[in-house]
Design a protein around this ligand. Structure first.
Ligand code: PRP
Length: 185
């Protein structure tokens, strides 16, 4: 196991590395069954998606392409502003493509609500959403994911792509951050 100076900031492990990988393989199998003859375009939503994207496309051995988009709606705030802006756009034409949008977490829904409309306006044939984590109780926009790894309660979780002030993304598991970490500043 790698040495870590982040573990001490974690109150409890929510989902272990093993649990996450097992669930991703289940999602990969389901996506394979539905999309193996469609040459889908996987679109990861940066930055939080980066680990999940790497794992889901390997759990899903489909001939496909990958693309990334980056958006901003939170800034450094806890609460989504609802004002979603593209900070790094797609690098290719998506007209007529079956998109599989890959997110680490679906929270207020502002990001994916905006992106789904954006992709359809750009001519995507279909938009399928896969998120590793879903916080349904926080939803502000009418949007649901097609594939969900885990429902999570409204706790401050970090790891496996999820950050607190850009840190903890490289934890291999997802854990609850100790309150003193985000209340001491
Ligand atoms: C997070 C996450 C989603 C979004 C979900 O991104 O990766 O993109 O928030 O929240 P919402 O459903 O309330 O819109 P964030 O803006 O924190 O950027 P990051 O991916 O760089 O961490």
């Amino acid at each position: 196991m790698a040495k870590s100076n982040m573990d001490r900031d974690i109150l409890s492990v929510f989902y272990s590395e093993e649990q996450i990988h097992a669930r991703i393989q289940e999602l990969g199998d389901q996506i394979y069954d539905k999309f193996h003859d469609k040459n889908p375009l996987f679109v990861g939503v940066l930055k939080g998606c980066f680990l999940f994207m790497a794992d889901i496309i390997r759990a899903c051995q489909i001939k496909c392409e990958i693309e990334f988009i980056a958006v901003s709606s939170y800034g450094s705030a806890f609460q989504s502003s609802g004002n979603v802006q593209i900070t790094r756009d797609l690098g290719q034409d998506i007209t007529g493509r079956d998109l599989i949008v890959v997110e680490d977490i679906l929270d207020s829904g502002n990001t994916l609500y905006f992106l789904r409309g954006y992709f359809l306006a750009k001519g995507a044939k279909s938009v399928t959403i896969v998120t590793l984590f879903d916080k349904p109780e926080r939803r502000e926009k009418p949007i649901k994911a097609d594939y969900i790894g885990f429902d999570v309660p409204n706790e401050f979780i970090v790891g496996y792509g999820l950050d607190y002030r850009q840190q903890y993304r490289n934890l291999p598991y997802v854990g609850v951050l100790k309150p003193e970490i985000y209340t001491e500043e």
